[in-house]
Ligand binder design. Structure first.
Ligand code: HEC
Length: 124
């Protein structure tokens, strides 16, 4: 590949990424939340297999006193925001090795962006 072709394809890749980040669709995200809802309630204190996600944006990871988190998530030092949720949802084991969320990850950037838009809107 020549340098100019390489530059062109990275520019296109970058456009694809920013395009996905802009076109957030919380309605679509609500559908995608079906992948999470079996374990995560949106209601404060209503923990299931996973902790309730009410108020998760801006919260420190593993902060709720009445849920038993893994030592790995407690040690992670993460604060949940768009960026940290993005990498955790993409690949939980890569983002926080040895955490105990039994979820394989959501591969599509657009899906993650929509899901996070929904979480931001619905879990205040
Ligand atoms: C099969 C159950 C399960 C599924 C499905 C699941 N999770 Fe989890 N989740 C957990 C568990 C258990 C933990 C706690 C992990 C730990 O302590 O290491 C967790 C932790 C989390 C946390 C950290 C919360 C906190 O208080 O720090 C977030 C954020 C989260 N999950 C988001 C999601 C999202 C978004 C989805 C859907 C894409 C999802 N999870 C799917 C079980 C699940």
């Amino acid at each position: 590949m020549t340098l100019s072709k390489l530059l062109l394809s990275s520019a296109i890749a970058l456009l694809a990424v920013t395009g996905a980040a802009q076109a957030q669709d919380a309605k679509r995200g609500e559908k995608l939340y079906e992948e999470c809802v079996a374990c995560h309630s949106k209601d404060r204190g209503a923990h299931g297999i996973g902790p309730a996600l009410h108020g998760v944006i801006g919260r420190k990871a593993a902060e709720l006193a009445d849920f038993r988190y893994s030592p790995a998530l407690k040690r992670s030092g993460i604060t949940w925001n768009t960026q940290s949720l993005e990498s955790y949802i993409a690949d939980p084991q890569k983002a926080v090795p040895a955490n105990r969320m039994p979820y394989a990850g959501m591969p599509e950037a657009r899906d993650r962006a929509d899901l996070i838009a929904y979480i931001r809107a619905a879990m205040k």
